[in-house]
Write a protein that binds this ligand. Structure first.
Ligand code: COA
Length: 363
């Protein structure tokens, strides 16, 4: 299912991240499962096998499930014979498993074969609060993300050369009457660097299709880069379309437009649909290593931590100050291997660390 589908699809808040405030990239992901960050914790929807009902007669055809569906069941800790299959001859489909998980391990009400468990007794002082619209969307989107086996790749990126260029350009832009953009943050450079790297590694801009008989990859020519935004309403992820054709100034103008629309609650469905990869910069708030969560219409996401000045050695082994920022990638390990992710990340890092190298690649 392409992410530019129905309105409900496109309003999904995408790309939550776990913020891990310690620079231990190889342990961070393991220590912080992909979905434990925000107030919605879909992990709690996972059914426990101990309270599972007996196998109803009509579920016994679940054995017909494909290996892919069995794998998803394994990943989600679901006993396949507890799931009612809606496919031919009661075959259990991927959607049946995801629906089962979304329902907290119960069959949807109309199909429930056994009475649902009694509601937990109220505890003094506890209150029940319905999810906000955005939390409800986040709940659905992130529950689907549970089916994606994530791996994390983290690296430190040197920011001083970009900071110098940015200051220089911002001074010029202040007095440039022809430019509507008066200030460049790091983001337009990160976004352009990501797009240039995608030119070499288009796999990271693709999506996995499970609609046919066999899983396939859909390659996408447009780099529609989703930007996770912290807005008064919550997390929203509009995307900048066709970044491959935009200059850094044009990216900045579009980012400003989306940021303004996001803060005023005026993003259009067109702004929200069709994303192909996501960039989540949590660094203006804090944190160093993050563990971003991929949405099911994409195969990768980059989380950016907070830039920090640290002591480093120069070529004469003297201690000098250096500004570094953590880039944390999550990729879909069903289709992306670690070496490809590392090459893509290293290429993007090279553009950010030496922004002048982007010049010769710009169109
Ligand atoms: N490290 C340190 N400082 C950073 C930074 C980073 N990684 N990223 C941005 N900053 C700085 C900017 O340079 C700017 O400072 P300056 O005015 O001195 O230059 C300041 O933080 C504010 O930047 P901002 O206005 O937020 O612009 P931006 O283009 O850097 O970021 C957004 C735009 C939309 C990404 C950002 O506002 C946002 O919403 N971030 C949160 C995303 C989020 O919630 N992700 C989690 C998803 S679960």
């Amino acid at each position: 299912m392409e992410s530019d589908g129905a309105a409900e699809e496109v309003k999904q808040p995408e790309a939550p991240v776990d913020v891990v405030d310690t620079p231990k990239p190889d342990t961070a992901h393991k220590a912080a499962p992909a979905l434990t960050n925000l107030s919605s914790t879909p992990t709690t929807t996972q059914p426990t096998t101990s309270s599972a009902p007996e196998i109803p007669e009509e579920h016994k055809h679940s054995k017909l499930a494909t290996p892919a569906v069995r794998r998803i069941c394994k990943e989600l800790n679901v006993e396949i014979h507890h799931v009612r299959g809606s496919g031919k001859d009661g075959r259990v489909l991927k959607e049946d498993v995801l629906k089962f998980v979304e329902n907290g391990g119960n069959q949807p009400a109309a199909q429930t074969a056994t009475p649902s468990a009694p509601a937990a007794a109220p505890v003094a002082g506890e209150t029940t609060v319905p999810l906000s619209f955005i939390q409800a969307q986040m709940f659905k989107t992130m529950t689907r993300s549970l089916a994606i086996p994530h791996f994390l790749f983290n690296d430190a990126v040197h920011l001083d050369p970009l900071t110098t260029i940015r200051k220089h350009l911002n001074k010029q832009l202040e007095s440039d009457k022809s430019s509507s953009v008066k200030k460049l943050s790091y983001m337009p450079f990160f976004i352009k660097a990501m797009s240039l790297a995608l030119n070499e590694y288009p796999l990271l801009n693709s999506r996995v299709s499970t609609e046919g008989d066999k899983p396939a990859l859909i390659n996408r020519p447009s780099h529609n880069i989703g930007i996770a935004m912290d807005t008064p309403a919550g997390l929203i992820v509009p995307n900048i379309k066709n970044v491959q054709n935009l200059s850094i100034l044009e990216i900045a103008a579009e980012l400003n437009r989306l940021q303004k629309a996001g803060s005023e609650g005026k993003l259009s469905p067109a702004d929200l649909k069709g994303g192909t990869i996501t960039l989540s910069n949590i660094g203006n708030i804090g944190g160093r290593v993050v563990s971003p969560v991929i949405v099911d219409s994409e195969v990768a996401i980059l989380g950016v931590g907070k830039a920090q000045t640290i002591p480093a050695f120069d070529k004469d082994m003297k201690v000098v100050p250096k500004t570094e920022v953590g880039f944390s990638w999550s990729a879909d390990h069903r289709v992306v291997d670690g070496a490809t992710m590392a090459r893509m990340a290293t290429l993007m890092k090279s553009y950010v660390e030496a922004p002048e190298t982007m010049l010769v690649k710009l169109r």
